[in-house]
Ligand binder design. Structure first.
Ligand code: SAM
Length: 447
């Protein structure tokens, strides 16, 4: 979501005449877009923010904009006191305060006119920043903003505000605009994306939206994340199964494999419900890949309860597990009413056990691709190798002199590992040596 938000800020800044620079000391404006979902992310944001202070001292004209979940939607007085060198504070997904600040020197009516004009550009008709135009292959389109579910561990509803679905018109206009600038794959985003449209009783839902997006001519692939198990209905699974452009990949977090822990998290389903859902998904979408999220060390999680999570993951053999150690978040129900009583070393031990388990599972699943021909959409070159994804969202690297950006090609898989695969284009004799460590390739959250 932050990547999507940052792209919109970059687009707005470019409309005001700014250009990107890789060197912070050269910048006239620095936007720090922040995440606070876990304490480690918040610490990182504070670290980066502090590192900007000397730049502001050297260059008092520098505009520093703090954006995102560190700011939240409920006021930022404390932050303002603590970081007086920050010029602008923006809630998540809102470039408005920065645009208003940068145009404030102009007369009020002109400023208002410009802000409105830029908002018109932001909403629906997104113009990609120049260095992304005709280069960005896969992009994100937020469709549900905020979240109203209030899982007891989660800070997002407090920082991103209540759930709101964007209008179909805005989403289609933005998607068409992205496609006209070279984008081939769109991932629809929402904290609970399968609740799209639910706050409007007779409005379109996510399945309807997928059908509409499917009509966009040059759009090749559509994905969506993250789904909540309770809202994955038959129509949605039908849409994934029947629409060729909608990829067979579902991100549906379980969070824990024990009913009492799920109840304490207020997730609203049982382990049996989740197992039944995975079975339904697999029956309806043959060859589907499934990703889950798991939190270890939730307050009160006993060894036995953790073992239930371990056994569930072992049983279900899912393609991806995003693992996280529980981190207490201010203001959440878990923070106010529960004791963060699983020691850090124990959280780490549980994390490592799941990590090892999942690595073996994914290695075995990926090995089934060996020798197969799969369709890969290529995105970019990384250290001399072209990087793309299979329909099931597996990373594939191909060594070739050809420019593969944005191409959808069959690839024969010649090597597989837990985090990536390697392949060759038909008729070529590409490198088939294993790629052990390509960096930036991880399916597990390490923080
Ligand atoms: N809205 C999605 C959901 O929960 O279904 C994902 C949102 S969140 C950005 C991504 C993941 O962070 C969650 O699925 C959860 O596993 C993890 N997470 C959220 N709050 C956490 C906390 N307090 N401690 C550790 N992990 C957390």
């Amino acid at each position: 979501m932050n990547v999507a938000d940052s792209l919109r800020v970059a687009s707005a800044l470019e409309h005001l005449g700014y250009h990107p620079t890789p060197r912070p000391e050269e910048a006239q404006v620095i936007v720090l877009n922040t995440c606070v979902v876990r304490q480690s992310a918040e610490d990182k944001a504070y670290g980066r923010l502090s590192s900007l202070r000397p730049l502001k001292q050297q260059n008092p004209g520098l505009v520093i904009n703090l954006m995102g979940c560190l700011v939240g939607v409920k006021g930022y007085e404390k932050l303002q006191k603590r970081f007086p060198y920050v010029d602008v504070f923006s809630p998540p997904s809102d470039p408005g305060p920065l645009i208003a600040f940068l145009t404030q020197g102009e007369s009020q009516s002109l400023e208002q006119a410009q802000t409105m004009q830029r908002f018109a550009l932001m909403d629906g008709d997104l113009v990609l920043p120049q260095d992304e135009r005709e280069k960005l292959v896969a992009s994100f389109v937020p469709v549900v903003l905020g979240c109203s579910h209030a899982c007891t561990y989660c800070i997002i509803p407090y920082r991103r505000g209540i759930e709101r679905s964007r209008s179909v018109g805005d989403i289609l206009a933005e998607s068409r605009a992205l496609v006209s600038q070279g984008v081939k794959e769109i991932t629809l985003l929402g904290q609970i994306v399968d609740r799209y449209g639910k706050e409007i009783s007779d409005g379109p839902d996510l399945a309807d939206l997928l059908h509409l997006l499917h009509e966009i001519d040059d759009l090749k692939r559509i994905r969506f994340l993250t789904s909540h198990p309770n809202w994955m209905n038959a129509e949605l699974l039908d849409a994934v199964a029947e629409l060729p452009k909608v990829m067979p990949h579902i991100e549906v977090p379980v969070q824990a494999g024990d009913d009492q822990v799920l109840e304490n998290m207020k997730r609203g389903y049982t382990v049996a419900d989740y197992r039944a859902l995975i079975q339904r998904i697999r029956q309806r979408i043959p060859g589907v890949s499934i990703a889950t999220d798991i939190i270890v060390g939730f307050p009160g999680e006993s060894n036995e309860q953790f073992q239930n999570t371990y056994d569930l993951l072992d049983d279900l053999q899912l393609d991806v597990a995003h693992l996280a150690r529980y981190s207490t978040r201010p203001g959440t129900v878990a923070d106010r009413r529960m004791q963060d009583d699983v020691p850090e070393e124990e959280k780490m031990r549980r994390f490592r056990l799941l990590e090892d388990l999942q690595e073996g599972i994914v290695a075995r699943i990926n090995a089934t691709y060996l020798g197969a021909s799969v369709e890969v959409l290529f995105e970019e070159q990384v250290r001399g190798r072209w990087r793309g994804r299979t329909p099931t969202n597996k990373l594939v690297f191909v060594e070739t002199d050809q420019d593969l950006r944005g191409k959808l090609l069959p690839v024969q898989i010649t090597w597989t590992g837990p985090w990536s695969m390697q392949g060759r284009l038909p008729g070529s004799f590409g490198n088939s040596q294993p790629l052990e460590n390509l960096g930036a390739i991880t399916q597990i959250t390490h923080d």
